[in-house]
Write a protein that binds this ligand. Structure first.
Ligand SMILES: Nc1ncnc2c1ncn2[C@@H]1O[C@H](COP(=O)(O)OP(=O)(O)OP(=O)(O)O)[C@@H](O)[C@H]1O
Ligand SMILES: [Mg+2]
Length: 333
């Protein structure tokens, strides 16, 4: 049967995640490509290794921006390579079920189909809104009339979704996430410590040190370039400085969550007030973030387990449950 050999694909801006129908075969790769003179040098984690070390003649970039495809040709290379690697030991891939932001335009949606159609025949690609996949991953009854709210803070998008009756009632895609927080840290280190660091170092500082409300007062040594002399410089960076640096971006995300709650129809808002908001995506691992959001929006906020993989887990559940297939979109021909 068609769905028996289907795989789930979460085309994250930071990492591409693939899982087969059994959920046992799993692959995760950075969504990156390194190119020189139109020749692909490296893809995935190998490309990420080259990031920020590459000479000017080598372009290392991400094919996705803000949850949508920024470069179709780069995305085709990355997806074709990853799918081939993933399916090399198994039988032919019958199709893929792919997660997309709820606010994709028809042109962006078409780009997803086109990119996938280079490796699969048309009609074998199904799209699912990220928020729906996330909700299914935690077993919410998405087909029922009650309202549910999911917030996925990923690398370059924050997806805020209100679901009822198997549909996205409100879908808001904010083009901010972990990368914006990394940029905040780069700026803070330049201004306060006169050190120029890369995004990779900033990401480590964020993941190891940042907290909301309160957290361990750790510090971490960073190496970079002194902004005035241009010479190598290192310094100890305290957790508090990193946490303060990310606060304004976190507050913008919280504001957006509050606005979506306010715009939710009263009957669904009542359900959400009872059930709470479910928080997922890699950035939800930031220490005490659920408690901070809970205080700010005055609603219970629950953390989804293993948040980087909730979307892909939801896709696998959808592939396996026939009654959920109606929630998959296929291209109109
Ligand atoms: N402990 C942590 N604290 C804060 N952020 C973290 C932590 N661990 C991972 N992250 C961040 O989570 C982000 C990756 O999350 P995720 O895998 O959900 O993103 P993605 O699916 O690739 O991106 P998107 O959904 O935006 O397209 C990165 O920015 C990463 O730095
Ligand atoms: Mg994601």
């Amino acid at each position: 049967m068609f769905f028996s050999n289907m795989i789930g694909v979460d085309l994250g801006t930071d990492t591409l995640k693939l899982r087969d129908r059994s959920g046992e075969k799993f692959m995760e790769n950075r969504d990156m490509i390194a190119v020189r003179d139109r020749k692909v040098l490296a893809i995935g984690n190998d490309a990420y290794e080259m990031y920020e070390k590459n000479p000017a003649s080598v372009r290392v970039s991400r094919p996705m921006t803000g949850g949508v495809i920024a470069s179709s040709s780069d995305m085709e290379h990355v997806l074709t390579y990853t799918l081939k690697k993933f399916t090399s030991f198994s039988q032919k891939t019958a199709g893929i079920c792919i997660a997309v932001p709820s606010q994709v335009t028809p042109v962006e949606q078409r780009a997803f189909y086109n990119v996938c159609n280079t490796t699969l025949s048309p009609g074998r690609v199904h799209l699912v809104e990220k928020g729906i996949a996330d909700a299914i991953s935690i077993g919410l009854p998405v087909l029922g009339p009650e309202g549910h709210m999911i917030v996925n803070i990923g690398a370059d998008t924050t997806e805020i979704t209100v679901i009822s009756d198997g549909k996205v009632v409100i879908g808001r895609t904010l083009k901010e996430g972990g990368f914006s927080l990394d940029d905040d840290i780069v700026t803070m280190i330049r201004r306060k410590f006169n050190i120029s660091i890369g995004r990779k170092t900033a990401e480590q500082l964020k993941n190891n040190l940042a907290f909301m409300i309160n957290g361990p007062r750790l510090e971490q040594k960073v190496f970079g370039i002194h902004t005035l002399s241009g010479l190598p410089k290192s310094d100890m960076i305290p957790a508090l400085a990193v946490s303060v640096a990310v606060l304004s971006t976190i507050d913008r995300i919280v504001d957006e969550i509050r606005q979506v709650v306010d715009r939710t129809p009263p009957i669904l808002r009542q359900d959400i007030m009872k059930e709470g908001i479910f928080l997922t995506g890699g950035v939800s691992l930031l220490q005490n973030l659920p408690i901070y959001i809970q205080k700010e929006v005055s609603l219970p906020v629950y953390h989804i387990q293993d948040p980087k993989h909730s979307t892909i887990r939801g896709l696998v559940t959808m592939i396996n449950q026939k009654e959920l297939h109606t929630l998959m979109r296929s291209p109109r021909r």
